[in-house]
Every structure is written in structure tokens, then in C-alpha cells.
Write a protein that binds this ligand. Structure first.
Ligand SMILES: [Zn+2]
Ligand SMILES: [Zn+2]
Length: 377
């Protein structure tokens, strides 16, 4: 949207349709809006251009099943971070916008010229350990691919392909149509050859002459060490196949990092909690703490206070795309006061309590600093 300060509206609201509306309803709603906003009707409405852009963006999102699914799950941010931008961006006038959507090849969604293949979005979940070391992960997805049987020309191999008689090989027909905006002459894709200018006498048995087919694919994706939950990896050229001569789209892999039972991620650092019995916190001890590489022995100094943090340098997460740089593991000490003491234990603790002096409790720590430590602020 040109007015960057406003939050874009929900595309379902823009088109005035339900969230479970089918393709036909999406198309219908957009056509209705387009009729209302057509430049011939709206020459004097300065807002028509913005309104049309909004409608066009909503239509682009909801008319493409892949894109719609991404929007439903991750919102506009998901689409943007996947590299998608509305076609309506960068057009100067309402007329140009209408040409972009309805001109050229005619019909909805058909632009002039060979179109690049669509992008594909696929999600993958990994463990925190995999995010730390990097991992090769298999992803499976469906993509439009050139038919292998006919190599995309739509003809059964060995059968002739002839010039389309209906359009004389141009692939286009001039159509005069009566529309709510008046009489419009435009080029539309030839309905016999589908715009190729050529016709297969015997359509390919595999793809029924379409030249392309949906193919289930699997791909091993290298996930770099240090990746964070919600980041996307773009794999150029692994999206849907484009028109002949046009490049394929891209594949976007959305990486979700599963939560670890004992380790919390804080940027490049990891944080864990270590339970230390109160007597050991007083005496000092060597205890096992959890790390990404398994248990690790850590020295808890004598007199360690509740909420104090011990830092294991270099035992955090690697920093994405910066080899050698690694975060720390922060071990927060949880001093555990023993419960349910028996008679003998009570006597021991009572003797300790009786023997404690001001010197044992003295600390240079200010009250504010204590609060910070205990409240982690
Ligand atoms: Zn084929
Ligand atoms: Zn034709």
C-alpha cells in the first residue's frame, strides 16, 4: 500500500468473502470489485487506484492455493519474507494496473508473454541440536514440472505438431467484447491452441496435451548452523516450472525449530537452570549441567546465591553465517532448600542456624542488584 502508515486489510475482508470461499467465489468477488473500480467508471475518484491495488493484492493472495495457504498460516509477513510482492506495486496509473491484470493475454491471471513459474512454500521442523550444527533435511512438495513424456510440447512423441488453424499460429485472437465498461477490443489467448500457436494432432497420453504435470518431489535442503525458528531458506529455481522459455519459480523453506526440554534459546545464547541443594551452594560443588553436547561438569563456587548465573563461554548457538562465532550457555542457579527434614537433619540444620554470624551473611551487593538477580530484570 502506498500509505505505509496504515495496516493492510485482511484480503478476505477486502474481497468480502468467507475464509472458506472457493476459487470461483474469489474470482467473482474480484471481478465485481474491478467493475466498480474500472477507470472508465472511476475517472474522478482519486481513491480508485488505491482501492484497486488493494483488491488486486487480495485477489493475488487468495487465487493462488499455495499463497493462500501461506497467508492463512503465517499472514502477510509470511508472504513477504518468502519474497512475494504484489504485482500491483510499481504501476503508475489505474489504466496501467488494469492492463496488467486484464490486458495482454486476456482473462484473469493471464499476463502477456511467457510467465515465470510460481513460488512454492514448504515447512520443515528441526531439533535445536540440528539448528546448532546445521543439518541436511529432506523436504517433500508438489511442483508443476515440464512433462517428461512429451518434453513439454504436449504431443505424443513421434506424432506431428501443426500450426494452429484458428489463430494462424499467432496464439492470440482479437476479441471484441461488450463489458459493463463499454466495448473493449483486446487480444485473448487462442482457445484452440491455448496461446502456443501450435496444435498436437495426438495429445500426449501422460499430460493430456498440457505439456506439464504436477510432480511430487523431494529435495535435500542444507540448513545452516545457527538458523533461528521462523527463518526462511530460498532455493532459487526449484519452484513451479514457468511457461516455455520463462524461468521456474523459487522454493521457500520455512524452518521451525522445536523447543528443547532443558535449554532455552536467547538469541545466540542458550539458557538452562541448575538445581543446587542449599548446603552445596554454601560449600561449593562440581555438578552436572545440561548442554547441547550432553551433560557437562560445572564448578559451582562456595557461597553461590539463588538466581546467580554461571556462564559457559562458547557453549551456546553458533552465529548464522559467521563461522567460529558462538554464543554462550548461561546456567541460572536455582538454590533448592531441603524439605521434609528428619529429626537428625533438623538437629544439624539447627546447629548451623545457631552458629551463623553476621559475617556469614554479609554481602557487598546492593538491594537493587539483589532484586535484579532474583527477578532477572
Ligand atoms: Zn506430456
Ligand atoms: Zn491457436
Amino acid at each position: 500500500m502506498a500509505s505505509g502508515s496504515t495496516t493492510p486489510r485482511d484480503p478476505y475482508d477486502v474481497l468480502g468473502i468467507a475464509r472458506d470461499a472457493d476459487e470461483t467465489q474469489v474470482k467473482k468477488a474480484f471481478r465485481r470489485l474491478a467493475r466498480e473500480l474500472h477507470p472508465d467508471v472511476n475517472r474522478h475518484d482519486p481513491e480508485a487506484e488505491e482501492k484497486f491495488k488493494e483488491a488486486a493484492e487480495a485477489y493475488e493472495i487468495l487465487s493462488d492455493p499455495e499463497r493462500r495457504a501461506t497467508f492463512d498460516r503465517y499472514g502477510r509477513e509470511g508472504l513477504r519474507s518468502g519474497g512475494w510482492a504484489p504485482r500491483s506495486e510499481g504501476f503508475g496509473s489505474l489504466n496501467d494496473l488494469f492492463d496488467a491484470f486484464f490486458g495482454g493475454g486476456g482473462g484473469f491471471g493471464g499476463g502477456g508473454g511467457a510467465r515465470q513459474g510460481g513460488d512454492i512454500s514448504v515447512g520443515v521442523q528441526i531439533e535445536l541440536g540440528q539448528a546448532a550444527t546445521g543439518a541436511a533435511v529432506e523436504v517433500a512438495f508438489e511442483a508443476v514440472a515440464v512433462c517428461e513424456h512429451c518434453h513439454g510440447n504436449g504431443a505424443e512423441p513421434g506424432t506431428p505438431i501443426t500450426t494452429c488453424e484458428r489463430c494462424g499460429g499467432h496464439g492470440e485472437l482479437r476479441a471484441v467484447s461488450r463489458t459493463p465498461f463499454g466495448q473493449v477490443v483486446r487480444a485473448v489467448a487462442c482457445d484452440t491452441c491455448g496461446g502456443d500457436g501450435k496444435v498436437a494432432e495426438t495429445p500426449c497420453a501422460t499430460c493430456s496435451g498440457a505439456g506439464r504435470e504436477m510432480v511430487r518431489q523431494t529435495l535435500s535442503v542444507d540448513i545452516p548452523a545457527g538458523i533461528a525458528d521462523g527463518q526462511r531458506i530460498r532455493i532459487s529455481g526449484r519452484g513451479h516450472a514457468g511457461d516455455p522459455g520463462a524461468p521456474p519459480g523459487d522454493l521457500y523453506v520455512l524452518v521451525r525449530v522445536a523447543a528443547h526440554e532443558r535449554l532455552l534459546r536467547d538469541g545466540d545464547d542458550l539458557v538452562t537452570v541448575l538445581d543446587v541443594p542449599a548446603p552445596l551452594a554454601a560449600l561449593g560443588a562440581t555438578l552436572k549441567t545440561e548442554t547441547l553436547d550432553g551433560p557437562f561438569e560445572i564448578d559451582v563456587p562456595a557461597g553461590t546465591q539463588p538466581g546467580e548465573t554461571l556462564t559457559l563461554a562458547g557453549k551456546g548457538m553458533p552465529v548464522l553465517q559467521r563461522p567460529g562465532r558462538t554464543g554462550d550457555l548461561r546456567v541460572v542457579i536455582n538454590v533448592v532448600i531441603p524439605r521434609r527434614l528428619d529429626r537428625e537433619q533438623r538437629e544439624i540444620v539447627q546447629r548451623l542456624a545457631d552458629s551463623i554470624t553476621d559475617e556469614n551473611l554479609r554481602s557487598d551487593e546492593s538491594m537493587v542488584s539483589k532484586l535484579r538477580r532474583l527477578l532477572h530484570v
